[in-house]
Design a protein around this ligand. Structure first.
Ligand SMILES: [Ca+2]
Length: 390
């Protein structure tokens, strides 16, 4: 149970300060009674009790508040006082060749926080801190490596790879703020390996990826089969390396994005993100030449069927235009092209899906040129819609 305390959302820390203070007092009494010799032999869960408060360092990393000497003993970096000076905000960081065995360890580039420009392979081994860890969440706080090549958008200069867990797409380029969930299996399974391969042209690379270890019974655990998992009534989903100006849709992608169905919400609306300062949005450009107007394309069809999605697509179960009255009697599962709409059109529309749980699947094959040019990928804002009585 104490293991879960380490993983409580950050928001609880502010209200948890008083609780931590109570723990601190009781621990201080225990320490007085038992002496420092015994403390070295306390079971690991007792140590975690100190760390139930999350804290943040001035450099932006999150850590756990714990006694300075325990932080150092566990290989952490004391990053400043917390809990009224009683503890230190303990940050865990690892880079090439390192091992991450603490919840919240950051995988950073060599020279962090400066950039690195070497070529080679940088590997981090993630070990479960407890057999009851089922998932690993990677938060790309900061992530910038060389992007894909410009013809077929394949990550063959730099690559970020995850191995040892559930399949994850190879990514490259910029993915600040993105995340991934990796299934780590049950029990003491094999480690998960994170690898950044850097090769080719000189580039100022930098990354800071936070690794959270999620217990099998945690409410924060993602639903099965979801590479990305979002909670909340509204939010934004986007493909990796998305940027309307310089991003390129990555090839060889195949994964699911899940959105937790919030209580009393029955359907979901998706709208292409705004593309500020442009008269033609590029926030949904999966196929065609994105340097000119490309209509939406829908449905699977067979190879060569006009206006259908046979190479790259976003799957939205039974998607319909949201504000058409009366509502269309048919729906589509795949959308691609250069305009976001559940019908073939060159005008963007909001799309609705009533299939629960709310899920999207993104597929991109290994070919872009010559048909697909300068595709950016997708960025969609979603808003869950309340259930109505009728
Ligand atoms: Ca494409």
């Amino acid at each position: 149970m104490l293991l879960l305390d380490v993983l409580v959302p950050i928001a609880i820390w502010s209200s948890g300060a008083a609780a931590w203070s109570e723990v601190r007092k009781s621990r201080a009494l225990t320490n007085l009674a038992s002496g420092s010799r015994d403390r070295r032999f306390l079971p690991i869960f007792t140590v975690f009790q100190w760390g139930q408060g999350l804290c943040s360092a001035s450099s932006g990393e999150y850590g756990s508040c714990q006694p300075n000497n325990e932080c150092v003993l566990r290989g952490g970096i004391p990053a400043g006082p917390c809990a009224g000076g009683y503890g230190t905000c303990c940050i865990f960081m690892a880079s090439c060749g390192g091992v991450a065995r603490e919840n919240g360890t950051y995988f950073v580039n060599p020279n962090h926080p400066d950039t690195t420009d070497g070529t080679g392979s940088c590997q981090l081994t993630v070990l479960k801190m407890h057999p009851d860890i089922c998932q690993i969440r990677l938060d790309f706080d900061q992530f910038s490596i060389n992007g894909p090549e410009i013809v077929n958008h394949i990550c063959n200069n730099d690559q970020f790879l995850v191995s040892g867990g559930s399949p994850a797409p190879t990514i490259c380029g910029n993915s600040n703020g993105d995340h991934m969930y990796i299934d780590a299996g049950m029990g003491q399974s094999n480690p998960i390996i994170l690898t950044v391969i850097t090769s080719g042209p000189s580039f100022p690379r930098s990354w800071r990826v936070r690794i959270s270890q999620i217990p099998c019974g945690a409410i924060s655990k993602a639903e099965q089969g979801c590479l990305q998992y979002f909670t909340g009534v509204s939010g934004r989903v986007k493909s990796f390396n998305f940027d309307t100006i310089s991003g390129r849709q990555l090839s060889n992608q195949d994964y699911s994005i899940c959105i937790r169905t919030e209580r009393n919400f029955c359907s979901i609306h998706y709208t292409a993100c705004p593309d500020i300062g442009r008269n033609r949005s590029r926030t949904f450009t999966l196929s065609g030449n994105s340097n000119s107007v490309v209509s939406s394309m829908v449905g699977g069809g067979t190879q060569g069927t006009p206006n259908s999605c046979t190479n790259d697509w976003l799957m939205i179960p039974c998607a319909k235009v949201a504000d058409r009255l009366p509502m269309a009697s048919t729906c589509e599962d795949k959308i691609c092209g250069g305009t976001f709409n559940a019908e073939v059109s060159s005008v963007e529309r909001t799309v609705v899906s009533t299939v629960r749980p709310f899920r999207l699947a993104f597929h991109a094959d290994s070919i872009e040129a010559p048909i697909d040019v300068d595709n950016r990928g997708f960025c969609l804002d979603y808003v869950q819609q309340p259930c109505t009585s009728n």
